[in-house]
Ligand binder design. Structure first.
Ligand SMILES: [Zn+2]
Length: 174
């Protein structure tokens, strides 16, 4: 059974502490905090994917985490895909089929991988989590998306107009 929205919020507030993140949190801050927590690089790679199938895929490899993102995705959609995959990662989900799908050579060649093979692989990956995990990751990703969007907006505001941001902070709104 998938965790409730309340459980997921609680999970994130604890996780944010472990990640040493204070709002506003940006995408770059979150990704580098996750790398530190997991003590390994997190590599995000755009790849060609079947539009009918998955649009993201987390592949935990022996020495780094690989997150494959549909190369067609940009802006908010790309961020949403990445955050969904981070949801799987932070919630401790274990992809089932990946070990047999991915070899070190495959990883070395992943940017040269034929699209047809990748489509088959992502099709498998979609059904490779335990029941409820997809729903959890989607909710967690959506929750993170809200936080990151707000974080990016605040940082952009501050960059655009430091005086206005200072004023707004001192007024306690915005
Ligand atoms: Zn998923």
């Amino acid at each position: 059974m998938a965790a409730s929205a309340r459980q997921l919020r609680k999970h994130w507030s604890e996780m944010r502490g472990r990640l040493s993140l204070e709002p506003p949190v940006t995408e770059v801050q979150l990704l580098s905090a996750v790398e530190k927590l997991r003590e390994r690089p997190l590599i995000i790679a755009p790849v060609e994917m079947d539009s009918q199938g998955a649009c993201g895929w987390w592949v935990p490899l022996p020495s780094f985490d690989l997150v494959l993102v549909d190369e067609q995705a940009s802006g908010p959609r790309r961020l949403a895909i990445i955050l969904h995959e981070l949801g799987h990662m932070l919630l401790g989900h274990t992809p089932r089929a990946v070990g047999s799908l991915v070899s070190p050579q495959w990883v070395a060649d992943f940017d040269l991988l034929p699209a047809s093979l990748l489509q088959g692989a992502t099709g498998l990956a979609r059904s490779s989590y335990a029941d409820g995990a997809e729903e959890e990751a989607e909710r967690y990703g959506t929750m993170l998306f809200g936080q990151i969007s707000e974080g990016e907006r605040q940082v952009a505001d501050q960059a655009a107009d430091p005086m206005l941001a200072l004023l707004r902070d001192s007024l306690g709104c915005g």
